[in-house]
Design a protein around this ligand. Sequence first.
Ligand SMILES: C[S@@+](CC[C@H](N)C(=O)[O-])C[C@H]1O[C@@H](n2cnc3c(N)ncnc32)[C@H](O)[C@@H]1O
Length: 463
Amino acid sequence: MSYINKKNNKSNDIKSQKIEVKCINLNEFGQGVFKLGGSIKCVNNLLPGESAVIAINGDKCKVHNLINKSKKRVDVKCGAYNKCGSCHLLHMNYNEQIKFKEEYVNNCFKQYSIKAKVEEIERASVLEGYRNKMTVAYKYSDGKIVYGFYEEDTHRIVTNDYCLVHTKEQNEIVKEIGKIMNELHLSCYDEDKRKGLMRYVQIRFSRYTKEILVTLVIGSNVFPSRSEFVKRLRARCPYITTIIQNVNSRKTSIILGDEEQILYGKGYIEDEILGVRFNISSKTFFQINPYQVELLYKKVDEYLHLQGDEVLLDAYCGVGTIGLTLANKAKYVYGVENNKQSVINARNNANNNKIKNINFVCADATEYIIEMAKMKAKFDCLIMDPPRTGSTDKFLYSVNELAPKRIVYVSCEAKTLARDLKILLEKYSIEKVGIVDMFIGTYHVETVVCLEARSPKAPQKSK
Ligand SMILES: C[S@@+](CC[C@H](N)C(=O)[O-])C[C@H]1O[C@@H](n2cnc3c(N)ncnc32)[C@H](O)[C@@H]1O
């Protein structure tokens, strides 16, 4: 398989028609690629080798019916598949999903002429109910309350009886909230009129303590029948351990507002990664797959192979999870993160776990590292885990200047990872590349790269 770098359902030249096509490939989003006339088109839910009748309507392509099924196809249990936009690969058997992700990473590297041997992916053992955070929107449709995820690239809600990647409890809570809203005649928030109550509900669970946090995101701070609502929700979902009210009346696609109030319980949940405990509140960034995150962090640990005397920089550290799980193997750890709340959480996490050899700085990672380079600060190892957009050239050139002996780059977007590696490869060689399947059923993939500083005269190693 190789990828066609295009996500496309658009076909402005063809008006509403049904046409038989054969899938020749997959694109990087897991869509089936087919030829139509002289052009290449892509459609969800079609595998290489399969023929299908495709309905082409305006700028949209959709599989109308499959003519032959690939052996790699599995039945999809999700009722909203391909509508909600969250999962993309559920129609592939798990082996194929894995192959797809490995090839994606290899192709990203190839695009930047990076030669590296990618290790076999860390497969997931929990394939369903793995996501520890569920966010659902509530709206009116034909006068009825509907709830679900947004259709891809829209604010249209796709209803779904049961979301497979979330737990039974998360699914139950979402439904019970809908029922209680009806019973108490509570309204949904209307984004256009900027009126109404329930906007989103976010449900987070802890794998380790089994605690569940429900955040009710409402459009105004007047919440009629609030205590009755909380009473009914707790009675029907007794496993909920804490409930928060969050007010978000802004015209924005950001889910959470600034104002919060605890309605029940302690206001946060606790989870553990590799023996370190973390407090998670509504706004805390926390890796969404609590089963795979330990594999990911173990890989970071393995790649760093710390001896105990190293000073480590954990850049883009979030709530400090990577640095905190490694602090007992290093001399000292610095964490840098630009989100204020995450830094507060990271410091609390250090205190709660009595980890003393760590310090978190709230700053833009690029500005921080430029400053460190100016000061000729000494870091033995660097961990960097930037967002999907990757890091910045200035950050990367400053890393080359600071010259830590080892870098472990954790990335949730192999394309920006490969782009960034090009700069680091001026001074570093790739030692290892690992992949962890954190986002089962989706095209997303987590990649970990270990880089070693080359001695000034050594040529670049190619593997
Ligand atoms: C992919 S997360 C990684 C978090 C953490 N390493 C973990 O495993 O949970 C990326 C983090 O980078 C932070 N971030 C984004 N842009 C940043 C910047 N310019 N400077 C510092 N931190 C940034 C985000 O707030 C987020 O916490």
